[in-house]
Ligand binder design. Structure first.
Ligand code: ZN
Length: 215
């Protein structure tokens, strides 16, 4: 994998800023409007982003202390917390997003070198070194900055991040499940992520059929 811890930390900060800007101008109607994810309003997505920062913060705490902490107690609890969070007001959600992101950034900045090598378990049950944590968060804030549907596109994300994301998605989906495609790299990234795309074609020049959702 061609990304470093320092890059992932910078991407996490940059994605957080993109999301912050995207939600800064939202009034009640804007918060109540659908986002790019099926069945969710922007309120659901911001509740998810804030809860994700807290969940990822539990992994940072696990790496630091050695005391096991899971991101979520169960998938049902994760869903219930998003539904409950989505009933908060826009200003409450914005404040929760900012506070949770700030606390996570501070916890990551304070993590000693050796703790980045500790093993933690993701929400999908994968055991990974703590050094993967900033990458997990950068994926969330970067891709969901697009999903917030306020105008951010994959072309607005850093090219290095997009390259790392494509490699990560192809590895997760399994190289055999992803057809060879061509197109502008931002569009290919959207295609691989299961998001709306245009101008992505397969080897015979026809439009690539969409992949199932991811993340
Ligand atoms: Zn997510």
């Amino acid at each position: 994998m061609s990304r470093t811890l320092a890059q992932a930390l910078a991407w996490s900060a940059e994605g957080t800023e993109l999301c912050g800007k995207a939600i800064a101008g939202l009034d009640a109607a804007g918060y109540g409007a659908p986002c790019g994810l099926d069945g969710w309003t922007r309120r659901h997505l911001v509740a998810h982003l804030a809860a994700n920062a807290e969940a990822i913060g539990r992994l940072v705490s696990w790496a630091r202390t050695g005391t096991e902490q899971r991101m979520y107690s169960s998938p049902e609890q994760r869903r219930a917390d998003i539904e409950a969070g989505a009933r908060r007001s826009g200003p409450e959600l914005s404040a929760w997003f900012e506070r949770s992101a700030r606390e996570l950034a501070a916890a990551m900045a304070a993590l000693p070198d050796r703790a980045w090598r500790a093993e933690v378990v993701t929400a999908q049950g994968r055991t990974v070194p703590a050094a993967e944590i900033p990458w997990m968060r950068s994926r969330e804030v970067m891709v969901h900055a697009v999903d917030l549907a306020t105008g951010v596109t994959f072309a607005d994300l850093p090219a290095g991040f997009r390259a790392a994301l494509r490699a990560d998605i192809v590895a997760k989906r399994g190289a055999g499940n992803v057809p060879a495609v061509s197109g502008p790299d931002a569009e290919v990234t959207a295609y691989l992520a299961g998001r709306p795309y245009s101008g992505v074609t397969t080897a015979d020049g026809t439009l690539a059929p969409s992949l199932p959702p991811w993340l």
